[in-house]
Design a protein around this ligand. Structure first.
Ligand SMILES: Cc1cc2nc3c(=O)[nH]c(=O)nc-3n(C[C@H](O)[C@H](O)[C@H](O)COP(=O)(O)OP(=O)(O)OC[C@H]3O[C@@H](n4cnc5c(N)ncnc54)[C@H](O)[C@@H]3O)c2cc1C
Length: 406
């Protein structure tokens, strides 16, 4: 009998961890496993805000796929997925086509701009290494231009972050570390630079413990961040943004708007005809797409409802990694003709948000509220634990975060 072809799309937290687990669970004689990714490296999405601010070089964030995948057991295809044809069990790639018997969709997220005029054209988003690198270079360019131009254009030194959710707040924390370095490099007085956060709710980090969210705002404010809460971004133009607060429209001149207020699942899910909600497939408990016994979705392409709250579980790396275990076990069961597939149960360990190098907040197991150096240490432990799981002690030593004092 022909070995089944297992195809995994995307080498992010969900896809790569599924591949790494399957290479241990299945013998090469049992199935052919193919991993497709548009880069030959995996990047840690949860570190991208550091690359975007310029506080961490992107080489620390990317991990060559060959370093964690056993190429004797898994075929790696460096290509971009264009679409999935579930009725024909085919994947259309930029440079070819693949056939599958079992598919895992782990293509991650995209920014959602909710049709706000100009955001798609003029705002930056933190999505992958390229977009993060672009923000870092753009910040430096504007500082250099400020000095170069005859008329001093303060808009070049205004940095607007749209959205005070997790990504927005973590990016603000990195910016307050980076701005003094940029000012020194480009001979600019630090007091001229404005870092402004625009948030629709009354406080940043909606959904987080309110006291910790307030701690985050105080910490960032004390280091120069301006918060405009209860305000909606209305338009982004090449040289300014427009927002509405208390029924009044206002403008801020800026050449740098970073949009961190909306994500959705990869649009390939939608284009390929799967039932979806903002690009996410509401998967059955065994992580398969409804009506598709041979298609699994993982990470930000999957949506799972929390029966207790009636809301979806948040899209996080933590959940994507946990889901990869269920997906790998269930693929093994399908390959070995086991009747029973396991159900995915998230084990929410908590959340830690960094506020720059030396501050953070954390809500651990709904029991411990951490801030300051304890939360900073916890964040490093979480980051290092993932590296250990993915590539063992060797990867941890190469890419881990061991700096204790910042
Ligand atoms: C700045 C930031 C900070 C975050 N911090 C945290 C945190 O502290 N904790 C936490 O739990 N979560 C955090 N998140 C959320 C977390 O990063 C995501 O939930 C997680 O990355 C989802 O994993 P994934 O496997 O679905 O997708 P990803 O990890 O995004 O991987 C998707 C993969 O698919 C590939 N791909 C995409 N399109 C194509 C295509 N067309 N063809 C081929 N390959 C493709 C990409 O190259 C990538 O390798 C953060 C997110 C951001 C942006």
């Amino acid at each position: 009998m022909k070995k089944p072809d297992i195809v995994i799309l995307g080498a992010g937290y969900g896809g790569l961890m599924t591949a790494v687990k399957l290479q241990k669970k299945l013998h090469v004689n049992e199935a052919t496993i193919t991993l497709v990714n548009k880069y030959d490296y995996h990047y840690q999405t949860t570190w991208l805000h550091e690359n975007a601010a310029g506080t961490l070089h992107h080489d620390r964030t990317r991990i060559p796929i060959r370093d964690v995948v056993n190429m004797d057991k898994i075929q790696f295809v460096l290509d971009t997925v264009e679409s999935i044809k579930p009725e024909k069990k085919k994947i259309k790639l930029e440079n070819g086509e693949l056939q599958y018997d079992i598919l895992v969709i782990g293509l991650g997220f995209e920014a959602e701009t909710f049709g706000i005029p100009g955001l798609a054209e003029y705002a930056f988003t933190i999505e992958d290494i390229n977009s993060a690198r672009l923000i870092r270079e753009h910040l430096a360019y504007n500082f250099a231009m400020y000095q170069h131009e005859d008329g001093k254009n303060l808009g070049r030194l205004n940095i607007v972050i749209g959205g005070g959710g997790f990504t927005g707040v973590e990016f603000l924390g990195e910016l307050v570390n980076r701005i003094p370095e940029l000012c020194e490099e480009y001979d600019i007085n630090k007091s001229m630079v404005r870092v402004i956060n625009i948030e629709g709710e009354a406080s940043v980090l909606p959904g987080f413990d309110p006291q910790l969210a307030q701690y985050a705002m105080n910490s960032l404010q004390s280091r120069g961040v301006e918060f405009i809460t209860g305000a909606m971004l209305k338009a982004c133009k090449p040289d300014r943004i427009v927002f509405e607060k208390d029924g009044k429209e206002e403008e801020i001149p800026t050449y740098t708007t970073v949009w961190a207020a909306g994500v959705r699942g990869n649009s390939i899910v939608e284009k390929s005809g799967f039932e979806h909600s903002l690009g996410k497939i509401e998967v059955d408990r065994d992580m398969r797409a409804p009506g598709h016994k041979d298609v699994f979705a993982v990470g930000d392409c999957a949506l799972i409802m929390n029966d207790k709250t009636g809301k979806p579980y948040p899209s996080t790396a933590q959940i994507a990694i946990q889901q990869s275990g269920t997906v790998a076990n269930n693929i093994k069961a399908l390959v070995q003709n086991d009747e029973e597939l396991e159900s995915f149960e998230p084990n929410l360990l908590g959340t830690v948000a960094s506020l720059g190098h030396n501050d953070a907040i954390g809500d651990i197991l709904n029991k411990w509220k951490l801030s300051g150096w304890k939360a900073v240490m916890m964040k490093k432990i979480i980051d290092n634990r993932y590296l250990l799981k993915l590539g063992g002690p060797g990867l941890l030593m190469r890419k881990g975060k061991f700096n204790i004092f910042y």
